[in-house]
Ligand binder design. Sequence first.
Ligand SMILES: *[C@@H]1O[C@H](CO)[C@@H](O)[C@H](O)[C@H]1NC(C)=O
Ligand SMILES: *[C@@H]1O[C@H](CO)[C@@H](O)[C@H](O)[C@H]1NC(C)=O
Ligand SMILES: *[C@@H]1O[C@H](CO)[C@@H](O)[C@H](O)[C@H]1NC(C)=O
Length: 494
Amino acid sequence: MIKTYISHVVDLVLLLCFVNFATSRRYPEEGYFSGNYFDNQQYAKINAGLGKLEHLPKLVTDWPDPAVEMGQVSGVSIDNAGRVFIFHRGKNVWDSRTFSDRNVYQSIGEPPIPHSTILVFNETGELVDMWGENLFYMPHGITVDAAGNVWVTDVALHQVFKFTPDQREKPVITLGEKFVPGNDDKHFCKPSAVAVHSSGDFFVSDGYCNTRIIKYAADGTKILQWGRQSGQTPFTFDIPHALTIAEDQNAVCTADRERGRVACFRADNGTYIHSYSHWLIGPRIFSVAYSPIQGGRLYLVNGPSMGIPVRGYVIEYTSGRLIQTFAPGSAFHNPHDIAVTPDGSTVYVVELNPFKAYKFVDDGLKGNLQVEMKPNGTLHTKPTATIEASGVALAGEGVLEGWGGAAGGALGAGGSGACGARSAGASKRTKSRKSGCELLKNAGRKGVSLRRWEYGHGEFKLRRLLDRRRFQRVHSDDSDEEPAPMLPPPAATA
Ligand SMILES: *[C@@H]1O[C@H](CO)[C@@H](O)[C@H](O)[C@H]1NC(C)=O
Ligand SMILES: *[C@@H]1O[C@H](CO)[C@@H](O)[C@H](O)[C@H]1NC(C)=O
Ligand SMILES: *[C@@H]1O[C@H](CO)[C@@H](O)[C@H](O)[C@H]1NC(C)=O
């Protein structure tokens, strides 16, 4: 009797796993697949790959003040004075019930988050300011510009806001219509982030259910947009999730999350420059930040997928070399955003789960504010990350194709569900879930549409892809014992 019951429960768990697995085409915000995909040999390669990198910057353990409570931490930014702005969700959590299948927030009648969603810490980790109560529902991105204005996005509101330093109750700029998703000039769909140029122009990445980057003049007038939902162009996005501006390179770069790449475009006119991906980093990149030091560096965090180590990585902008990796202990769990000081010495990372913020420091760079001019075009070092570069100006093709909301959004956010759960749950339950997922995973691995990262055939696919796109081939100085570079999934959008 009890046995039968248990077996039913196991069946149910298996079924749930399967349903979750089969339907979660649009990726949840948290790890959807945190099981281990690799065999020991592949792990050995990954560890060897990580071992070759410098392990910098180093974790600072006593930052921030542990007495300060926060919820899911979705955004981090640094102001001119080195103060750290953290955007968190208080008691609200983005899960499978948060949005309808048409991307409409499901708790519209409820009051906004009553807590101070914006926490300001100084370099030593003391809470020096807090605000942002009764304004937001599902905080996402935060950016402090050079003048101290604070820009935020709220995915439940489908809006983007600008606050000046002396007016925090009411934004001076509001873009998008409250709670109404869309993809025209007046609407966003779960906009993810803002980046502000020193000229005052700013960029919005939009977002979870649209696939575009929009450039605005300082007053909020739209200047241009690019991005497309399907195809295999450099303009095809699958959740442009974060933005950073490399002013000395005239570039705006996005973490194109589910294509596992950082893609950079000319900040003036949106022309594609190049993008970065690497087999060590894997198929999901959550956020990216830029520092102009030493010719320019990109700092990024990847996301949980197939057991790939979730860490911070540093790539040289010009050469494409992957040079450093960092994490608290051996790995992060669900890092969501990253910020770096202009001198590259200090990096902050925030996590959705656990609710945490981390500080990392590279003392060797501290106070070294000299910005070297970039070499004129010639690469002096060989890349380790795959750089795809296009000489062709394709921005004209960056046409948005249709309204992605219904197409993509269906099972949208949340649902880190049965298979992905790494959670705090009772270990017994987790165990049976795990074994259920294990089975599916193995089935999926042999089968068709699990994930399209294929280690052994990567090189072959790379060639074909490069031929097809007529990209310039960039040589890799990976040694032979390392697997071929990973590529963004050929067709991430279904
Ligand atoms: C941070 O704030 C605390 C409390 O106001 C202060 O004692 C400390 O000196 C500050 N640290 C820095 C680096 O400003
Ligand atoms: C850089 O550009 C300058 C001016 O165009 C040129 O004289 C110089 O030779 C270039 N340097 C390299 C390394 O190409
Ligand atoms: C952007 O500017 C560059 C340099 O002037 C030019 O080569 C490129 O064609 C421009 N792209 C577009 C889409 O106008």
